[in-house]
Design a protein around this ligand. Structure first.
Ligand SMILES: [Zn+2]
Length: 421
């Protein structure tokens, strides 16, 4: 078998012939030529038989490694004149437009980025983290389910910081499917307006409920004419539980500072690691954390009262209460918080009373914390990985890859599908 034939089989590239294989000190360079005569615009369906010119230098794409070898594809491409896109370099079947990586390599990076930490992905694949970010963007642009904005009835809107210094993304979640279905840079009313523009009046009119954080920006956009003024507004339980979690943390910090000033260091030391025991859901505690919690319980101080209140609030959003039952419990909770002599909880109670209707709407429309917590936690963990990315679009792409309506395939899975078909 000739070496070019062997490489053609190895690389499984559609629509090309392998014309040359060269071993350089650091990589294998595989020369390929497109089999088709017609030129294709990379941005649309336009085909042409006329070439505008041929690029003077070969284009190159990094492909999946072959053992320890870097592999590079090279091809001489032509340019064509597309009536819509002007003079452009012709499309190739094995890479997405403008990419310096093949589609297989893009897909591998995108898959790894959702499952592996930054350093591991970059080291394993010998690419920079920014390259990973760009691959994520291309995969999302090509593979996101185009029907993701159809049939939306119950949505949630959330902001998330993707980088330090107040860089935010706005995300829209489909509660019924449990997926992030839309996102954009920014976190004000105008950001969410873009979503409704894309959705259009007809689909917006079908939305029955929208869950939101407690700020005014998104509310303004949802209630605007032509958006979803008919929708019932619900408070996002994740944010309420977090609000109380923050209050609990404040109580803990205060107590710790008092303990630290005591002459006997033992008290402070004992208490220092208690943070996670208090903030985690009780079903997720380790044995050590459970023991810490039991100690706090035995002391029966303000700390324990605060902890109980956090858990009681979580129970309101467990998803098994009627509106009236929730109303009663919430009222009791607020009364207890206001009597607690814990300033952060007194403040919480005030907020809850102000937003009482929105909170009860959430209970009535089945937006339980369990439903939103999983997705929220996943997105928040993931977005921390996006901190090193160059742009909001790349951070958003990573979120969409992991939590959006995308069926991400690895190169060998795609190959198997082709064989089956
Ligand atoms: Zn075109």
């Amino acid at each position: 078998m000739r070496v070019t034939t062997a490489f053609k089989r190895l690389l499984r590239l559609d629509g090309v012939n392998v014309t040359a294989v060269e071993f350089l000190p650091t990589m294998i360079v595989v020369g390929v030529a497109l089999r088709r005569r017609r030129l294709l615009c990379p941005h649309c369906e336009h085909k042409s038989r006329f070439r505008y010119d041929t690029r003077p230098v070969a284009s190159a794409w990094r492909h999946l490694d072959l053992g320890v070898w870097h592999l590079e594809l090279r091809a001489n491409l032509r340019r064509l004149r597309c009536p819509t896109h002007g003079v452009v370099v012709e499309a190739v079947p094995f890479a997405r437009p403008g990419a310096r990586l093949t589609r297989d390599f893009d897909d591998l990076l995108a898959w790894l980025a959702t499952r592996m930490d930054k350093t591991a992905t970059a080291r394993l694949c010998r690419v920079s983290w920014r390259t990973v970010g760009r691959a994520c963007e291309r995969v999302v642009a090509a593979e996101l389910d185009p029907g993701r904005l159809d049939g939306l009835f119950s949505i949630g809107v959330d902001e998330i910081s993707w980088r330090k210094n107040h860089k935010y993304l706005t995300l829209v979640v489909d509660h019924d499917r449990g997926k992030v279905i839309w996102g954009a840079k920014g976190k004000d009313a105008a950001t969410l307006d873009q979503f409704f523009d894309e959705l259009g009046e007809e689909r917006s009119a079908l939305i029955r409920s929208v869950s939101l954080d407690l700020g005014p920006a998104y509310l303004k956009s949802v209630q605007a004419e032509g958006h979803a003024p008919q929708a019932i507004i619900c408070a996002d339980p994740f944010h309420l539980v977090k609000l109380v979690g923050d209050a609990l943390d404040e109580v803990r910090r205060e107590l710790w500072n008092q303990l630290r000033r005591l002459p006997d260091e033992r008290w402070a030391k004992d208490f220092k690691g208690a943070r996670w025991a208090l903030l985690k859901n009780p079903e997720d505690l380790t044995d050590t954390q459970a023991a810490q919690l039991a100690r706090i319980r035995r002391n029966r101080g303000g700390m324990w009262r605060a902890y109980e209140m956090k858990e009681q609030l979580r129970a309101i959003f467990a998803g098994d209460l009627t509106r009236d039952q929730a109303d009663e419990l919430l009222e009791r909770w607020c009364a207890r918080a206001q009597r607690s002599r814990l300033a952060p909880f007194v403040r919480c109670a005030r907020t809850m009373r102000q937003r009482r209707d929105l909170i009860l709407n959430a209970v009535e429309h089945g937006i339980s914390n369990g439903r939103v917590e999983g997705l929220n936690t996943k997105v928040r963990l993931l977005v921390r990985r996006a901190y090193g990315f160059h742009s909001a679009d790349a951070a958003l792409a990573l979120v969409m890859l992991a939590a959006g309506p995308i069926d991400l395939k690895l190169p060998h899975e795609r190959a198997a599908m082709k064989v089956a078909a």
